[in-house]
Design a protein around this ligand. Structure first.
Ligand code: F6R
Length: 606
């Protein structure tokens, strides 16, 4: 998730690029850079924000009317000056910016190194620049076409050559890219807001499109370089709305990004019929030596850990615990070198989580970080790190990061189970099969968000909310309740469904709402009985149930059906309606959804 902007015209490119990058900074903000062709091709880039780039540019002369700009959210290689985009080819005649992940970059890099090429950065992007140079015979368009034939993964790429000063070329696959048409000038951007002040005439590019951008024209080609036609859309959004992709809040935008996040988190990890983690270096001997597993984290990330605990015991048959990081180091947990400690954190900077990580390491545990922000403190201090690749999360309430955390945790457990010989090839291939359908199933849920909004409009008088479920549905209940509390300020508790009658049932009245998560197959009938207990006390029940479980309609006031998925995979998508309930409750109450009172995105105090 990075920001891309490109300009070709008769004006000075630099102010237009910087202006566009500032409006894209919400997409990535660990480093930034620009490349401009004037008398020569020049690149200026730096770690830090766009303001840091502007400071650096004060000492540089960067004149020219064609250029590319980039703001980075690191995926490969820590955020520093060298890994910042744009990236040059070996002879420095080609320059590239890129958003996305090239899955096979290591193979391609090895091939180029064998041919004698020397690389300067840790990024996957540099490989693209080197390949284009390899194929370049005077026509940038043809060289890009040949290069993308070799690339696996997701990308929006823009490229310039200092030998062709009247064009740049861009291409997209699974990463957003738009082109903007002006008078004697044209633009590209990863997101519309970057270029909205300059043009309202936008072409939204589709997967596989390659574009040749010149001052007077933009030609769109398919992957075989056949000219194709794409409609020009008139965009009349305000810039603030456009930054949220037309959504009213970042939180809703981020929920709607979840289908893409699901795909990105499994990229390079779910292939053909196997699950793998090329970035992990774990020996079978070590795996066999583990005798307990901890998941430590805070808030939403802790709830992802609860899911991890259930599945570790199920698949690996190793005792597992999920523990709130702020408690972990203040008791005296049993930890030694046979302990595996998963540290989960979106930001990678949460003080309590970092302290728990240091405590665990000191006691001899081996640590694996599950993080989103590349180069963050957690990722630097753990023994090994697995990224969730959810992209920047702007809303304070964590949504898409939770989805990716749960997904990556499940994939890790499946991978370890396979290495330990506790999973057959057939079981692994069934899981892979289910994963491959997950993105579409998630999309089908977000597209029905109006059903949730409609239900929530009937809950105005609600004073007390319980989320109940069993097993993995209980783990989801905890997260559903937290989301509701933090953004809608309605009191909510997540409870194991069977525990309600041991106390909280006393609070259930006609002004109570019980959200029953009833997707975990083996325990459906048990939860159904608990729902009947609530109904007998006059409580209102919304059930989040799996498609096909129609008996529930006889008992619950309202049912939201989620698509059928294997029990252990379900939570990855079944959390979506819970996030939407919280969102619409907060919206109905007119609250500041992206910045709820008293809360911060990154909690760096104890
Ligand atoms: C809830 C939320 C918080 C965070 C928690 C941990 O929506 O955002 O509960 O999950 O503060 O943050 P990270 O994952 O950054 O360590």
């Amino acid at each position: 998730m990075c920001g891309i902007v490109g300009y070709i015209g008769n004006k000075d490119a630099l102010p237009i690029l910087i202006d566009g990058l500032k409006r894209l900074e919400y997409r990535g903000y660990d480093s930034a850079g620009v490349a401009i062709i004037g008398d020569d091709l020049k690149v200026v880039k730096t770690q830090g924000r766009i303001s840091d780039l502007e400071n650096k540019l004060k000492n540089e002369e960067l004149k020219g009317s064609i250029g590319l700009g980039h703001t980075r959210w690191a995926t490969h290689g820590v955020p520093n000056d060298v890994n910042a985009h744009p990236h040059l080819s070996e002879s420095k005649s080609i320059v590239v910016i890129h958003n996305g992940i090239i899955e096979n970059y290591l193979e391609l890099k090895k091939m180029l190194v064998k041919e004698g090429r020397t690389f300067r950065t840790d990024t996957d992007t540099e490989v693209i620049a080197y390949l284009i140079e390899e194929f370049y015979e005077g026509d940038l368009l043809k060289a890009v076409k040949k290069t993308v034939e070799l690339l696996e993964g997701s990308y929006a790429i823009a490229v310039m050559s200092k030998n062709e000063r009247d064009r740049f070329v861009a291409v997209r696959k699974d990463s957003p890219l738009v082109a903007g048409l002006g008078q004697g000038e044209n633009f590209i951007a990863s997101d519309i807001p970057a270029i909205l002040p300059y043009t309202k005439n936008i072409i939204i590019l589709e997967n596989g499109d390659i574009i040749d951008v010149r001052r007077e024209s933009i030609n769109v080609y398919d992957k075989n370089l056949n000219l194709i036609t794409r409609n020009i859309k008139r965009i009349d959004w305000r810039i603030e709305d456009a930054q949220k992709g037309g959504f009213k809040h970042f939180m809703l935008k981020e929920i709607f990004e979840e289908p893409d996040v699901i795909r990105e988190a499994m990229r390079g990890r779910v292939r053909d019929a196997v699950v793998e983690f090329p970035e992990l270096n774990i020996s079978l001997e070590y795996l066999k030596s583990i005798n307990q597993v901890y998941f430590v984290a805070c808030g939403t990330a802790y709830h992802a850990g609860v899911f991890g605990k259930y599945l570790t015991e199920k698949y690996l048959r190793i005792p597992a615990q999920a523990e709130v990081a702020s408690e972990f180091r203040y008791r005296d947990p049993v930890i030694d070198e046979h302990t595996l400690l998963f540290v989960i954190s979106q930001s990678g900077e949460t003080t309590d989580t970092l302290a728990a990580l240091r405590f665990g390491k000191e006691k001899g545990a081996r640590t694996i970080g599950i993080a989103n922000v590349v180069g963050s403190s957690v990722t630097r201090e753990v023994d090994q790190v697995v990224y969730i690749h959810a992209g920047p999360e702007i809303a304070v309430a964590s949504t898409k990061a939770y989805v990716a955390q749960v997904e990556v945790i499940l994939l890790l457990i499946v991978y370890f189970a396979k290495l330990l010989g506790k999973l057959t090839k057939e079981e692994e291939s069934n899981i892979v099969n289910d994963f491959q359908k997950l993105e579409e199933k998630a999309r089908s849920i977000v597209l029905r968000s109006n059903e949730i909004a409609d239900f929530v409009s009937t809950t105005k008088s609600i004073e007390e909310t319980f989320y109940i479920g069993r097993n993995l549905d209980f783990a989801l209940s905890l997260e559903g309740a937290l989301k509701l509390k933090e953004i809608s300020y309605v009191h909510a508790e997540g409870y194991p469904a069977g525990e309600l009658k041991h106390g909280p049932l006393a609070l259930v009245t006609p002004n109570s709402l019980v959200i029953a998560v009833i997707t975990y197959g083996p325990l459906k009938e048990k939860t159904l009985s608990n729902i009947k207990e609530v109904k007998a006390r006059g409580g209102k029940v919304l059930a989040i149930a799996q498609e096909g479980y129609n008996t529930i309609e006889e008992v619950a006031d309202r049912v939201f059906y989620v698509p059928k998925v294997a029990n252990d995979i379900g939570p990855i998508i079944n959390v979506i309606p819970l996030q939407l309930i919280a969102y619409y409750m907060a919206e109905a109450r007119g609250l500041d959804i992206d910045k709820p009172r008293n809360l911060a995105k990154s909690v760096t105090v104890e």
